[in-house]
Design a protein around this ligand. Sequence first.
Ligand code: SF4
Length: 406
Amino acid sequence: MTGYYSSPFPRRASVGVDVGGVMVGGGAPVVVQSMTNTDTADIDGTVAQVAALHRAGSELVRITVDRDESAAAVPKIRDRLARLGVDVPLVGDFHYIGHKLLADHPGCAEALAKYRINPGNVGFKDKKDKQFADIVEMAIRYDKPVRIGVNWGSLDQELLTRLMNENQDNGFPMTAQEVTREAIVQSAILSAHMAEEIGLGRDRIILSAKVSGVQDLIAVYAELAKRCDHALHLGLTEAGMGSKGIVASSASMGILLQQGIGDTIRISLTPEPGGDRTREVQVSQELLQTMGFRQFVPIVAACPGCGRTTSTVFQELAQNIQEDIRRNMPVWRTRYPGVEQLKVAVMGCIVNGPGESKHADIGISLPGTGETPSAPVFIDGQKAATLRGPNIAADFEKMVTEYIEN
Ligand code: SF4
């Protein structure tokens, strides 16, 4: 399994955590996870979204558990998913009253594969430690792992104030930004120690420390990775919409993953109105795949196009092939082991087309402007056919499907 990892840096050693049968850390491949944005009390909507996220490739799915109605819905969601054959561990996201919800809803406590708690907002200030301890004790009783998820938007203010005062007493050796980063790291580590003192095993604890700035994220996780050996969940919080969120998440997490840091990732993208929630799973997979850490789907290599391509045939073909592959992958993955390692090339003209196509398992070089209207297809490095006429795209899509199925 560790053979997937091709960074020049050694993978950071971490204690593996079994989350409902999915290993996080301990040398396991980096796990892709996601989170629903349905009201968990809406059982139909949540089941549909969890199933869609899992079908897209999410190996863990987190759901919000914020009130009695959502806690009561969790075991029903678990059962409905099981009846649909959707076998994905569910993670419960708790804030403020998680200790109470878990105590009042044993079915929820049992159905979840992991509890996520935020030490910055577990309960009310004066009862904070007690409520944190209650959740940890519940995790011990139900034999569930816990993610202690620090978030700078809800950072423990007492800890931050103490570190700010110490910094002042010492003559300001650190900037305010550095003190905040240190408070985030300390909050995660102190909370993990507290959970261990209560009796939660090290192999039941995952840590995260999410911030919204790329450089802050890199600095915080680099420090956290040095100071502990807990499995780490990477995520840039409030990453944003569209390309901004994708670039910021990929830049920050890519650097950390390259250094061997990170055992599971979630890319949090603000969905566009009516947008597809599974996009965040796809982006996580593409990040891990393009870096060579894991393989999820066949790679479709396509040239960017230029003045030699005056029609949109090749862009449409590349897009259709990519979409066909994603649509068919859930079935192909079970029928054709190793299918995810294939490479398909869709090229716009003769300049780089034949060369790139020969390096792919199957590739096509479409005719550019002024070229003979024919498209050579290469299979396993050899020219296998020449497509002509108005159905070149459809014919090639058929050949790709046949190649995979054969
Ligand atoms: Fe342009 Fe041809 Fe290169 Fe594609 S392969 S970018 S069409 S020159």
